[in-house]
Design a protein around this ligand. Structure first.
Ligand SMILES: Nc1ncnc2c1ncn2[C@@H]1O[C@H](COP(=O)(O)OP(=O)(O)O)[C@@H](O)[C@H]1O
Ligand SMILES: [Mg+2]
Length: 265
């Protein structure tokens, strides 16, 4: 599904601010893999997701989606195949537009048709159904402006929008980190339901080690622009937070440092 072959990215090369953010990193995701990504501050987690999304081009290496080389494809063209949700609830939705208009925009992604054509009754019915499944009552507020929603409601809506047209890969960058714990748990439940229901290949960066262990079928740990630990299946499920901290210390020779990382057991 997704093949990343020895990609490297250096920011500000040749300056005092030079930063090697990805170092010959390789990763292959199988169809339906749900991978959680953890690592310290500045490990290169967001940079990895940006490289896949095509925010800029990598310096070296190749990225293949469904065996198609997308390394030289600009971000807006890759957006057709990808779903993304970021940390900031303000990021993924248009505040001044209605809930159903936001969904309609997502539904027309990569399409020449615009909103001027109008939302059909069949579409409206589909939006109502997907919204109802969130369990937030948004199906009864389809013409409300998104700016009126809470952060958690907006993230849930962003998640719907990112997955309405089944993406080849779903990229989640600490998408629950800005939410209060209860709302975060709810959005995370929704995430699992959507990913499992649609069998989506997913990379989810999380600052919560316990979530990283419990959610998905595979976990990768990053440090210094590389993957230092990659574990799947039963072995992943059996992990503890202490195991992860020890693995990190072994592989990196450092203590795990992430000011947002939740080490809760
Ligand atoms: N656009 C950019 N310009 C310059 N430096 C960047 C840029 N994006 C990321 N970096 C640097 O690359 C390193 C990895 O960053 P990032 O991938 O955001 O880390 P994290 O694992 O915390 O998500 C950091 O040192 C960061 O400062
Ligand atoms: Mg990040």
């Amino acid at each position: 599904m997704l093949q990343i072959k020895e990609i490297s990215k250096t920011f500000n090369p040749g300056t005092v601010n030079e930063k090697k953010a990805l170092r010959s990193l390789s990763l292959t995701l199988a169809d339906g893999d749900f991978v959680t990504v953890i690592g310290g501050n500045g490990a290169g987690k967001s940079t990895l997701l940006n490289a896949i999304a095509g925010t800029w081009f990598v310096d070296e290496g190749k990225i293949l989606l469904d065996d198609k080389d997308v390394t030289g494809l600009p971000e807006y063209k890759r957006a057709k195949f990808l779903g993304r949700v970021f940390q900031d609830p303000m990021n993924g939705t248009a505040a001044t537009m209605e809930i159903e208009e936001n969904l309609a925009l997502a539904f027309r992604r990569g399409d020449k048709r615009t909103l001027r054509i109008g939302i059909t009754q069949a579409e409206r019915k589909m939006y109502r159904e997907v919204l109802a499944r969130l369990g937030l009552g948004l199906e009864n507020r389809m013409t409300s402006k998104v700016g009126l929603l809470s952060g958690g409601q907006r993230q849930a809506l962003t998640l719907l929008m990112a997955t309405l047209k089944k993406p080849k890969v779903l990229l989640l960058d600490e998408h629950t980190a800005a939410l209060d714990p209860k709302t975060a748990a709810k959005v995370l439940d929704t995430t699992e339901a959507i990913v499992n229901e649609n069998h989506l290949t997913t990379l989810m960066i999380t600052h919560n080690m316990r979530d990283a262990i419990q959610i998905g079928n595979r976990l990768i740990m990053m440090n210094n622009g590389q993957i230092i630990y990659d574990v799947a299946g039963e072995e992943k499920k059996k992990l503890t937070v202490e195991d992860l901290l020890r693995k990190f210390a072994e592989a990196s020779g450092e203590e795990f440092a992430n000011d947002r990382m939740m080490l809760a057991k």
